[in-house]
Design a protein around this ligand. Structure first.
Ligand code: G3I
Length: 371
């Protein structure tokens, strides 16, 4: 008996030691039965996900499973990743994300079939052929992906960021509509109606998929021309019978972003009658000005928390229930954010910190979802 007790004590001491060695990314677990984002939200809440983090980082994985019911493929379905050479496909990252989503009952939003940034990929930049060859390549890119994920990816960003801040179609590098670096190889090679055809091709491949146009900066009152261009395009598509079902407003904003612009964008997008997705939310404490010495003061944390709350409340106030596709933040914890890894700013833009603990921003977001 005594030996058994000693053995048990040894085992529990051993487990305690092991526990201390868990990676620092172990999340601070919410107490059982506490509210989570998805438990209080009346529409889907999601995050853009990286498959390596979802597989290898327990804190990341647990947070996604606990808090969200939707994911967006942050990078893996982009042409540079999934279609790195003209005749070479790499489905591994997206397959991995879909398996993760299926195992955890998460909706999958695919991002993005067509984006001007893909012209930086060598095989696209160097693609030669007449307009029929370009059209065939464009169609094949879209339909290969949508067909593979038919029934697994619920919705797609079909075209991303097709307009300039002046509300013109990104087009040419030499003075036509959008100027360099605001051009788009797709518009140059396929003509200005390429967006409509992208939607038609995606619809042919999966008639049940919900098809979105996705854009940034629509909340910026200084560039309302862009918002108007998006709304006009949607209304034109509707009258032409082009299969478009939703619109994404990325919402990469600073803590001081004027509330009026956010409300205006959501109301105007909702007026189209389409589904409205806040598709890439993050709220930069730096207000989009890099300052390596920035300190995340309690005041800034509160300001950010209030803005998260405002976003959730305003989404509900501006978008009718049947049009709410949901709110997606652009990744999970601060250390995972593109603002740090890609833009290289000193910032804390997301609801979870580096260890996946809930921040003040989280509490504001939760409150806004509940109100
Ligand atoms: O994974 C590699 C890593 O192995 C390598 O060492 C490193 C070196 O640069 O690159 C890593 O990949 C980077 C990847 O982010 C993961 O961090 C890519 O270079 C980098 O280009 C990629 O940036 C992404 C960016 O789009 C460009 O595609 C960001 O993660 C992603 O958050 C960002 O997302 C966009 C949306 O698609 C559209 N809206 C704006 C948003 C922000 O730009």
């Amino acid at each position: 008996m005594k030996r058994n007790l000693l053995f048990l004590l040894f085992i529990s001491a051993f487990c305690a030691c092991k526990k201390e060695k868990e990676p620092v990314t172990q999340p601070v677990q919410p107490p059982v039965n506490t509210e989570t984002l998805k438990s209080v939200a009346t529409f889907p809440v999601g995050a853009a996900i990286d498959p390596n983090l979802a597989t290898n980082n327990i804190g990341y994985r647990t947070t996604v499973k606990t808090e969200y019911n939707s994911i967006t493929t942050e990078n893996t379905a982009k042409l540079n990743w999934i279609h790195p050479q003209q005749n070479n496909w790499n489905f591994s990252g997206t397959d991995q994300l879909i398996a993760f989503a299926q195992a955890n009952s998460l909706r999958v939003h695919g991002h993005t079939l067509i984006w001007h940034a893909f012209e930086e990929v060598d095989w696209v930049k160097n693609f030669t052929g007449d307009s029929a060859a370009w059209e065939a390549m464009f169609k094949n890119h879209i339909q290969t992906i949508v067909t593979r994920y038919k029934g697994k990816v619920k919705s797609w960003d079909v075209v991303n960021e097709a307009f300039t801040d002046e509300g013109k179609l990104r087009l040419d590098q030499s003075g036509n509509a959008g100027q360099s670096p605001n051009g788009s190889i797709w518009a140059r090679k396929l003509g200005s109606d390429y967006i409509a055809r992208a939607f038609q091709y995606a619809h042919e491949a999966d008639p049940d998929a919900l098809l979105f146009y996705n854009e940034y900066g629509l909340e910026n009152q200084g560039i309302e021309a862009k918002l108007n261009a998006v709304v006009n395009m949607i209304n034109t598509f509707k009258s032409r019978g082009i299969p478009i079902h939703g619109v994404g407003t990325q919402t990469h904003i600073g803590v001081s972003a004027p509330d009026a612009g956010i409300t205006n964008a959501l109301q105007k997008l909702a007026s189209t009658g389409l589904l409205v997705h806040i598709s890439e939310l993050d709220i930069l404490v730096s207000d989009w000005t890099n300052n390596p010495n920035l300190v995340y003061t309690p005041q800034l944390q509160e300001k950010q928390s209030n803005k998260y709350q405002f976003i959730a409340q305003t989404y509900k106030a501006s978008v009718p229930p049947a049009q709410r596709y949901g709110i997606t933040t652009w990744n999970v914890g601060d250390a995972d954010s593109w603002i740090r890894t890609y833009i290289k700013f000193t910032d804390w833009p997301l609801p979870f910190d580096e260890r996946y603990s809930r921040k003040n921003a989280y509490q504001g977001y939760l409150k806004g979802l509940k109100l």
